[in-house]
Design a protein around this ligand. Structure first.
Ligand SMILES: Nc1ncnc2c1ncn2[C@@H]1O[C@H](COP(=O)(O)OP(=O)(O)OP(=O)(O)O)[C@@H](O)[C@H]1O
Length: 370
């Protein structure tokens, strides 16, 4: 097991800046997810840690040792990249055994059998051990590739979207398996994904990356409840967090947000910027409630007046998009509560000011609320 420190790493491919000033540390035994959209620089980061791509600048330390001059095979890291390479002439057992039979590993045959049985059991491929890998589905092949990584003791695992080709049900099962692998006597893992659910459910900490820059590193709780900027806020949650542009205006107690279209004002948690600052507020769809009747507004809540714009049923819940002035706010409500609603019906939306996030204006607006 090992700690991994990536410090001020840059990488350019010709004119394309793939990574810029990337720094993060992964503690011994930690499960660290690198989350970002396509082209963000996730794979490049992983390859630099593995030693397969040379950084333009910056350093990688493994267990405190600068590995700049250490060959990939001597870094003792087990990697699984998205385009998994298996030996087509070998069956599943021999593919899984190959990392253990390498000259660097030299594992006794008994232990090889034991390790393969254990790993294949975890990944649900124990019934496929005699099968040629050419006779496997993509999902099965991907599990064999992941098995080849997990079967070998290594200082750290580097996993690049290892569940990408699995169907939803298998992904969920495998996520649970990986979680159990990552618990207990854990091996340091860097796990690349563009799936925020995967990151939230697996990671001890998440590094959110975009356009080659790390935007925030934090626990799942931190990135969810205190996103460092509007992009990070949008990276988590479906439907996405509602963002409404506007400005901070004067009010008697605390700070108040006024939407840019003048349609509504709400008190917000006090920020570290002053009145007149252009900001955007973020409110998660699950933090809003519909208030259809004429009943009292519950204590501590604010009611905004709007009308139903779109209703979309998502299983037991319904996403109601409510038009308030120029804004369109998504609200998630139990389906049973909206059976009588139709487009253009007048509705109230209840907002708890404590759940509102305040960011500066702009695509990457920095968080200014506590
Ligand atoms: N060998 C290469 N030559 C030129 N450009 C490259 C090379 N590898 C990566 N890039 C560019 O660097 C940027 C980061 O790529 P990278 O593969 O690290 O992103 P990613 O976050 O892993 O994306 P994905 O989720 O799509 O795999 C992209 O703009 C990509 O086009």
């Amino acid at each position: 097991m090992a700690s991994i420190d990536v410090h001020k790493v840059d990488k350019k491919f010709g004119k394309v800046t793939a990574l810029e000033d990337v720094s993060f540390s992964v503690a011994d035994g930690e499960f660290f997810c690198l989350l970002g959209p396509s082209g963000a620089g996730k794979t490049t980061t992983l390859k630099i840690v593995a030693g397969l791509v040379e950084p333009g600048g910056g350093t990688v330390h493994i267990d405190g040792v600068d590995v700049g001059d250490v060959e990939p095979t001597h870094r003792d890291l087990a990697m699984c990249f998205e385009n998994y390479a298996l030996y087509p002439q070998l069956n599943v057992f021999d593919n899984l055994a190959s990392p253990l039979r390498s000259p660097l590993s030299r594992t006794p045959a008994d232990e090889i059998r034991h390790r393969i049985a254990h790993t294949a059991g975890l990944l649900g491929i124990d019934h496929l051990l005699d099968r040629s890998v050419t006779q496997l589905s993509n999902g099965q092949r991907q599990r064999v590739a992941l098995g080849r990584v997990l079967v070998r003791p290594a200082r750290a695992y580097l996993l690049d979207e290892p569940l990408a080709h699995l169907d939803a049900k298998l992904r969920a099962t495998m996520r649970a398996e990986l979680k159990s692998i990552s618990g207990g006597d854990a091996t340091t893992t860097i796990y690349v994904t563009h799936d925020y659910v995967e990151a939230l459910s697996l990671a001890d900490r998440i590094g959110v990356i975009r356009d080659g820059r790390i935007l925030q590193v934090g626990t799942p709780g931190e990135v969810w409840s205190a996103p460092a900027n509007a992009f990070v806020a949008q990276a988590f949650g479906k439907p996405r967090i509602n963002l409404v542009p506007g400005a901070l205006v004067a009010s008697d107690d605390g700070q108040t947000f006024a939407s840019a279209d003048g349609a509504f004002q709400v008190p917000v948690p006090s920020t570290d910027v002053g009145e007149g600052t252009e900001v955007q507020i973020g409110i998660r769809p699950r933090d809003l409630r519909l208030h259809t009747g004429a009943g009292d507004v519950p204590d501590g809540q604010v009611r905004l007046e709007g009308s139903v714009y779109v209703l979309e049923h998502l299983g037991r819940n319904t996403e109601v998009t409510v038009a308030i002035g120029q804004s369109r706010l998504s609200v998630i409500v139990p389906r049973s509560e909206v059976s009588s609603l139709a487009r253009d019906d007048k509705v109230g939306v209840l907002m708890n000011p404590h759940t509102v996030h305040v960011f500066l204006a702009g695509a990457e607006g920095k968080r200014v609320s506590p």
